[in-house]
Design a protein around this ligand. Structure first.
Ligand code: ADP
Ligand code: ADP
Length: 229
């Protein structure tokens, strides 16, 4: 069952034909199955972040459709889109984007506070503790981001992305600021979480070593997705 699809999507920046025109996607198709892990790779500037923003409904295609869980996203209101994002999508970025004045636990709980329908916070806090323990951070609940290592911060960002039990995790160069050992650990951790909970993972990386750790690897090339693994 597909969870997320791009159907005949085209996306460019700038006036077509002008000097600053950039074509990112041309009639591109992409199907992400529920629960699968996919890497999208390609050199810097080829349009990986743009693709992730389209998948995350943060940006709109020029032509074509984005389909999330069988529903065409086009034309959704801002309220509908933000509801979809907070309930069904977890985002992870290159830089953790943790709030420095909030503890690890508080940072992890933030997306739950953004939900339109207030969850049972006792349940969410229990989940937060269990997830932090799964990523080896059970001793860090009351620490602040500034007291953590780079790898630990990204693990907090992974838990924050999982807290609302999303259907998809979208990760944009999540290991970009880490050394190789920490990068490998983090990528494997995201893959494990995706498998454990049946959440799809779409990871965008210019680093072929990180991309190769995933079962399925696509390359963005001349406006289309090519299968490389
Ligand atoms: P990647 O993530 O692969 O590095 P991006 O998606 O960030 O690539 O960018 C792809 C290309 O589109 C780059 O040439 C970039 O300069 C251009 N670009 C990205 N965002 C915009 C924008 N909002 N307006 C104009 N050009 C943009
Ligand atoms: P259990 O200890 O009951 O076997 P799991 O190991 O399956 O639980 O899950 C560990 C924690 O992850 C639990 O707190 C659970 O609430 C949480 N969890 C379960 N499913 C998901 C999901 N899809 N996304 C994020 N967290 C989840």
């Amino acid at each position: 069952m597909p969870i997320l699809e791009l159907r005949n999507v085209s996306k460019s920046y700038g006036e077509p034909g002008s000097a600053n025109a950039v074509e990112i996607l041309r009639d591109a198709n992409l199907v992400i199955e529920a629960g699968e892990s996919v890497a999208i790779t390609g050199p810097s500037g080829c349009g990986k972040s743009t693709v992730l923003n389209l998948l995350g409904t943060l940006d709109e295609p020029d032509r074509g459709e984005i389909v999330f869980d069988g529903e065409v996203i086009k034309g959704g209101s801002i309220v509908q889109l933000s509801k979809l994002r907070s309930e069904k999508i977890g985002f992870i970025f290159q830089l953790h984007h943790l709030l420095p004045q909030c503890t690890v636990m508080e940072n992890v709980l933030l997306p739950a506070q953004a939900l339109a329908e207030k969850p049972d916070f006792a349940v969410v806090e229990k989940r937060a503790k269990e997830l932090l323990s799964l990523v080896g951070l059970d001793q860090r609940l009351k620490w602040f981001p500034g007291q953590l290592s780079g790898g630990e911060r990204q693990r907090v960002a992974v838990v924050r992305a999982l807290i609302n039990q999303p259907k998809v995790i979208l990760a944009d160069e999540p290991t970009g600021a880490l050394d190789e050992t920490n990068a490998n650990t983090l990528t494997d951790l995201m893959i494990n979480m995706s498998e454990k909970f049946g959440i799809s993972l779409v990871l965008v990386s210019h680093n072929p070593d990180q991309a190769q750790r995933m079962k399925r690897v696509l390359r963005l090339h001349e406006g289309k997705f090519e299968s490389v693994k």
